[in-house]
Design a protein around this ligand. Structure first.
Ligand code: ZN
Length: 435
């Protein structure tokens, strides 16, 4: 039994809220006196959903800042890290990265996973060895995981695979599906794991192979995520080759819909925006990565106005702080439009709790029957003191203001410390061993 000084409930912020947890779920939630319940200070919100992650990119934080590199030179640095990972080192790195996420109030991650095989492209003795370690890492760190098993077949539009990309590929979409199915079977009935599908991008999956991946998503009622129009160069190459935008191709190949998430969606046409909205797709914005990689500012307000739901991801992990991602959606738009007030704090916080897009529909709200994910944020820190409650969290707090995290009924963070110990040291060790 927990007693929240303040809690964000579906109809607003309430004072003095008792939460009874049974197993992994909220059994009862109501306003009342604390009694003997454990006290949660500050504002308690539902666990956050990090809807787009590549765990290994965390090893690149701050190491590709010299000189005049662009997205594509950053990608070369990323491949260098990818070349060095094996199941043991990836387990250590991902456990530390997911623990960093837990410290930031994240209770579910969408891991867009394409590091499938050994560096020479040969499958491990268990072809899903890398997927298994990511799931184990999430569990050890206290997160639910949507393992978005990614189909990756070509090195660019009309280009063969080369170098590091060999380990990303199963050769054909059919062989990808066979491997992903084995993974889905291995976790059937395990509610903290969702095996989803991903099309890496129009650069890495030829259009004729896309329906196989979409079919997997339909058959298992599983999420389907895809990188879309992150860089203008992708759109240019796509239009040159297919006379259609990436969104149009995904639409034509049955890859948009209420289980689908378009990640980035930075450079869209009006037709693209209509297609994403009408299909009821999610759009996952990753603003701290998009600014880090000089991608641009996506039309979040326009796609939401046409019917798409916005979710958030820390993607390359230049920053792991969903409060920063949430406010950046509004603040970047202010810079671009020279106008304020595109989003309310409550809507940005809803975007930060997009668990449904990961296949966890009964999470992201403090209601009876939901996953017992309770994240408590200090309202008396130097950053948050004096700010209005919900606005304090969205426009002032950082991940460092999260002091307590209960994830699926399990206590993961107490007084800002993770149950696994010193997460900074875990990251130093895991990243250091890759250099
Ligand atoms: Zn990504």
């Amino acid at each position: 039994m927990y007693w929240c000084e303040q809690a964000w409930l579906p109809d607003g912020v309430a004072d003095g809220v008792l939460v009874e947890v049974e197993g992994s779920r909220i059994a009862r939630i109501e306003q009342g006196p604390p009694g003997s319940a454990e006290r949660l200070a500050g504002l308690t919100i539902p666990g956050l959903a990090n809807c787009h992650s590549h765990a290994f990119h965390r090893a690149l934080r701050g190491v590709a800042e010299e000189g005049k590199g662009d997205f594509w030179t950053w990608r070369d640095r990323m491949y260098e890290v990818a070349d060095r990972l094996d199941p043991d080192s990836y387990l250590r790195l991902a456990t530390a990265v997911y623990a960093e996420m837990a410290l930031a109030g994240i209770t579910a991650v969408g891991e867009f996973h394409y590091l499938h095989h050994a560096p020479d492209g040969v499958p491990y003795s268990d072809p899903n060895a890398m997927g298994h370690v990511l799931i184990r890492a999430a569990r050890e760190a206290g997160l639910r995981i949507a393992l978005l098993d990614t189909c990756y077949l070509s090195g660019g539009i009309g280009a063969p695979l080369a170098g590091s990309q060999l380990r990303f590929s199963d050769g054909t979409a059919e062989r990808w599906a066979a491997r992903a199915e084995a993974l889905a079977m291995a976790y059937e009935g395990q509610h903290d794991v969702e095996i989803g599908a991903a099309i890496h991008s129009v650069r890495a999956v030829p259009p004729e192979q896309m329906p196989v991946v979409a079919e997997f998503s339909h058959r298992y009622a599983a999420p389907l995520h895809v990188h879309v129009s992150e860089q203008r160069a992708e759109n240019t190459a796509c239009i040159e080759m297919y006379a259609a935008t990436p969104v149009q191709i995904l639409h034509e190949r049955g890859a948009l819909g209420p289980r689908s998430t378009a990640v980035h969606a930075t450079h869209l046409t009006d037709v693209d925006i209509e297609l994403l909205g009408q299909s009821g797709s999610y759009v996952c914005m990753c603003p701290t990565t998009e600014r880090d990689l000089a991608d641009g500012i996506g039309p979040a307000r326009s796609v939401a106005d046409r019917g798409a739901s916005i979710t958030l991801g820390s993607d390359s992990h230049a920053v792991i702080d969903l409060f920063e991602e949430a406010r950046a959606v509004e603040l970047h738009q202010r810079l671009a439009s020279e106008k304020r007030g595109h989003w309310l704090a409550v809507d940005l916080l809803a975007a930060a709790t997009g668990h449904t897009s990961l296949g966890f529909p009964d999470a992201g709200m403090l209601v009876q029957g939901a996953w017992a994910d309770l994240v408590s944020v200090r309202l008396d820190s130097v950053r948050t003191a004096g700010a209005a409650r919900l606005e304090a969290v969205v426009f002032a707090a950082t991940a460092a203001d999260v002091h307590s995290v209960i994830s699926g009924g399990r206590r993961v963070v107490t007084e800002g410390r993770h149950v696994l110990g010193d997460v900074g040291s875990m990251l130093v060790e895991a990243i250091g061993s890759l250099r």
